[in-house]
Design a protein around this ligand. Structure first.
Ligand code: MRU
Length: 355
């Protein structure tokens, strides 16, 4: 089954598929400068929490690879600057900060072992590639755990794009749907278009079509109608940050879907890696919500659709955990009370990528 490849480390640099141009065009760029990677994250060439994390890790590796530092001390100062630039791109998805921390931890280990500059360069490239490999393995495991909760047949709903494009693996929410489909569940996916950036219409519809999974595209204001008809067996979405009590930030519109799901007795699930947990914050009130440009609301692909008026664009919203039936991770399934189940999963044995 077709799996999109949004990002790849190559000998020429970091290759990314420009997700802004999908589905009309498949254009790949090769980046050799970490500042270009930061710009690509900010401008949504690459998006989706885990994929942003992979891009940040590769951005660090690129920065170190092409650094002009002639001593480890010089590289240390540059490392901090590289990390700062990559961190200052998108605030909500915690995978970004997780990946930067992971690269920093590896760098600190290398410094402690008195590694040479060439050794540091190759070790950090290896670490970034390992992050990518682990994301792939993580998605597969999430898919296996989540598939058990999918109906044997009928309609399921998602939101935004939490597929291969968003992770670099098979996807989280779409990974669950993909695994269930491959196991023989006869699923049909309802895909809300996900205004204003249209990740549902442009990306999820494209991925499902390519993967041969039946779908129907709907506009965001049809969600209530479809949930009320009683023909949706489950909803599964991704996440950008999960607080200690299970409150979950995901693409704008997710909260209203979750509330409507509860009203209509449709189970609402989150599929996300452990790296999306932020157990340092007690609840969703503490999650920073990215405000994006109003032009993304007043314009669609550069074409103005509204008069020149103020427009708001919070890119994410927070779903309180009481609306979430379960959270699928690579280490198992969390259910309420989340304060305990998330802490238990976070402390469990990490999944390592197959060698
Ligand atoms: O603004 P985006 O496109 O980066 O937002 C993506 C989402 O909200 C996804 O649902 C989330 O990152 C999970 S991706 C596996």
């Amino acid at each position: 089954m077709y799996v999109a490849q949004p990002i790849e480390w190559t000998d020429r640099g970091v290759v990314m598929l420009d997700q802004r141009r999908l589905p009309a065009k498949e254009i790949y760029y090769t980046y050799t400068d970490y500042r270009e990677v930061a710009k690509a994250i900010r401008e949504m060439v690459i998006r989706g929490a885990p994929a942003i994390g992979v891009a940040a890790a590769m951005g660090v590796a690129l920065g170190v690879l092409h650094s002009r530092a002639t001593s480890v001390d010089e590289l240390q100062a540059e490392f901090a600057e590289i990390s700062r630039e990559l961190a200052d791109t998108r605030p909500t998805a915690v995978d970004l900060f997780w990946a930067l921390q992971r690269m920093k931890t590896r760098f600190t280990e290398l410094l402690a072992s008195s590694a040479s500059l060439p050794e540091i360069r190759s070790a950090l490239i290896a670490e970034a590639r390992e992050v990518h490999l682990e994301k792939k393995a993580t998605d597969e495991a999430i898919g296996r755990f989540g598939a058990e909760f999918m109906p044997k047949e009928g309609q399921v709903m998602t939101q935004c794009n939490a597929g291969a494009l968003a992770t670099g693996g098979i996807g989280t929410a779409l990974g669950v749907i993909r695994v269930a489909f491959q196991q023989g569940h006869k699923l049909h996916v309802l895909v809300p278009e996900t205004r204003p950036y249209l990740q549902g219409a442009r990306l999820t519809a494209w991925e499902l079509l390519r993967g041969g999974i039946p779908l129907t595209l709907i506009t965001d204001n049809m969600v209530g109608h479809f949930l009320k008809t009683g023909k949706v067996g489950a909803i599964v979405t991704g996440a950008d940050r999960i607080a200690a009590n299970g409150d979950t930030a995901n693409k704008i519109g997710t909260y209203q879907i979750a509330v409507l799901a509860k009203e209509n007795n449709v189970p609402f699930y989150i599929a996300a890696p452990i790296s999306t947990f932020d157990l340092s914050i007690p609840d969703g009130e503490h999650i920073p919500i990215e405000e994006r440009s109003a032009a993304e609301v007043t314009h669609i692909q550069g074409v103005r659709i509204a008069p020149d008026v103020p427009a708001a664009h919070p890119a994410f919203d927070v779903t309180p955990s009481r609306y979430i039936r379960a959270i699928f991770t690579e280490r198992g399934v969390a259910q309420a009370p989340y304060i305990e189940s998330l802490r238990r999963l976070a402390a469990a044995q990490p999944l390592r990528a197959a060698p």
